[in-house]
Design a protein around this ligand. Sequence first.
Ligand SMILES: C[S@@+](CC[C@H](N)C(=O)[O-])C[C@H]1O[C@@H](n2cnc3c(N)ncnc32)[C@H](O)[C@@H]1O
Length: 252
Amino acid sequence: MPSSLSTQYKKQYKWRDWATVFKLVPPLNKCTVLDLGCGIGDQTALLSQRGASVIGIDQDSELLEQARKKNILNSRFIEANIADLSKLGLPKIDGIWCSFTAAYFPNIGQPLKSWLKHLKPGGWLAITEMSGLLNHSPLSIQTQSAIQGFYQLLFDKNLYDFNMGENIEKTINSLSLKLEQKVLLKDKELSQDGKLSKDVIAAWENRLERMKGLQNYLGDKFNEFKEEFIACLNRKDHISSCFVYFYLIKCR
Ligand SMILES: C[S@@+](CC[C@H](N)C(=O)[O-])C[C@H]1O[C@@H](n2cnc3c(N)ncnc32)[C@H](O)[C@@H]1O
């Protein structure tokens, strides 16, 4: 039985390299920051601990309930679609934090431009996103091609870009934005080579069970896929080609 999404997000949090990200983000004390796609508010809390007032926005009411229960200092949460922030009456802000949410916008150019309108001059946008979630080896050629077919399907349906971590740089350049930092982050769940630990494997099993789109795409081949994928993560020679990127964009 897969555990709830909020329980999974709690576990994932410790595998991410937020320490590196916070070394690169501008000083947060007394700043107002938007946390776009805030989920259960784990990063909202990290931003608040560093002195920021944070407005977390997400469209999932169950996750926001968990975030609100944390009673994070100087924070508030809004249930909304972040594709359109224009009707939320937001104040001008110092920074935008967006972690693992950009991929939900395969055509990120328009949302990105609209988010930047909320920044004060000199404000910043910090984006953390991955590329190639399921790009692991060794996997059979058929499985690799099924994965690529699934990526393409979701991209074509404008639902998710599995390569957003890499692709977003093209959008940043096409909008002539000022890219201050681009860093590859370590990640103990997503980008780790070799045999993964038991708790990380359990998280992957949960993740695959939550991926209903992948299950529909693979149909009766899903169980076979899952078995092969999990066996791959258990191999000493397992290599992850999933990469987690951090971008810092400064407003001119
Ligand atoms: C993978 S989670 C990332 C959560 C958190 N930022 C983190 O890094 O752990 C993506 C979040 O984006 C939210 N989300 C996706 N599309 C959204 C949209 N159009 N508007 C608002 N929230 C959205 C989801 O509900 C989910 O909480």
